[in-house]
Design a protein. Structure first.
Length: 320
């Protein structure tokens, strides 16, 4: 199969990095690290590594410094814990400013390994940064988010579960198919990563949705209010999945929220996600009636009228 220019460049960069890692100078650095690096020099060493990473223009230099962070963390975990927060910050900032795929893949692997030594605030900042990246219009950022969380899950599985309220609602939204374009192999790989992350860290869709519903609601709100229609589609499909999985087990306050945002999504141009919103009501008619009955208790408080819901039914039959 013929490679695209981007794929060819990535393979060349990866080959350069592998050659640099197996060079005699890296063997010498590893030997010096084992023999001479200790707590007395780590302050100066960490500062110089960070400065070099910030100002270097060479791809291999940046990637090798990132991997050296991982080496130090594995050799001196107790000593390096006070430096890991700074290392994570410089890695994230470099990924923000450098779109090279090889660099980003390397740094996501490093982050997944060293994050176990970080303070709680540094971990929360990383997860918040990933959430912000996910809503960028650049699809590469979403791929970086998937790789980073997958690396954390593989190297520090318990940590991802511990911070599940921040990470797993985003994973739930991300695994929804937006169906807006022809999928590449990379798109399929990313989709599989998100789905595996959800199943590995929740066990089942029903228990995962119920446990992380508050965070999922917030992610759905952000998706439906987003300017990108592919993101709106993800929000709509997330709601449809909740309806398919929980059915009549949806709590009253969650149902009210989902219906409110379903109605908000009806405005504006027609896109595929609107069909998903209508199917929340009409997956089967009896469940639609159940929704109507329960909504009668809160329509005036949340300014959602039965008339508006009937409009949703009508639109579903128009667009189905």
């Amino acid at each position: 199969m013929k490679l695209t220019a981007a794929e060819l460049k990535e393979q060349i960069d990866m080959t350069r990095l592998l050659c640099a890692r197996s060079s005699p100078i890296m063997d010498a650095i590893q030997t010096c690290t084992n023999q001479f690096v200790d707590e007395t020099i780590l302050d100066d060493l960490s500062t110089k590594l960070i400065d070099t990473l910030k100002h270097s223009i060479g791809l291999t230099t940046k990637c090798l410094i990132g991997q050296y962070f991982m080496t130090l963390a594995n050799l001196f975990p107790s000593i390096c814990s006070k430096y890991v927060g700074k290392w994570m910050a410089v890695l994230v900032n470099t990924m923000s400013n450098n779109s090279n795929r090889t660099l980003r893949k390397t740094f996501t692997s490093v982050l997944g390994t060293i994050v176990r030594l970080a303070k709680r605030s540094s971990i929360e900042n990383l997860l918040q940064k990933l959430s912000n990246w996910f809503y960028q219009t650049d699809n590469d950022y979403q791929y970086v988010c998937a790789l980073t969380l997958n690396s954390i899950s593989q190297s520090n599985h318990d940590l991802l579960v511990e911070y599940g309220q921040q990470s797993l609602p985003l994973i739930f939204l991300a695994m929804q198919d937006n169906s807006v374009k022809q999928k590449t192999d990379e798109d399929l790989q990313e989709e599989m990563i998100w789905k595996n992350l959800w199943m590995e860290n929740t066990g089942s869709s029903m228990s995962g949705i119920q446990l992380y519903m508050n965070g999922i609601r917030e992610q759905i709100r952000l998706a439906i209010e987003h300017s990108s229609y592919s993101m709106k589609i993800k929000g709509a499909k997330a709601i449809q999945m909740i309806a398919d999985v929980l059915k009549a087990n949806i709590k009253q306050q969650d149902l009210e929220f989902l219906v409110e945002y379903l109605l908000k999504g009806l405005y504006g141009r027609v896109y595929d996600g609107k069909v998903r919103k209508h199917r929340f009501f009409s997956k089967d008619f009896r469940y639609g009636i159940f929704v109507f009955v329960r909504l009668g208790k809160f329509s005036s408080r949340n300014r959602v009228t039965l008339y508006e819901l009937q409009v949703g039914f009508v639109l579903f039959y128009i667009f189905k």
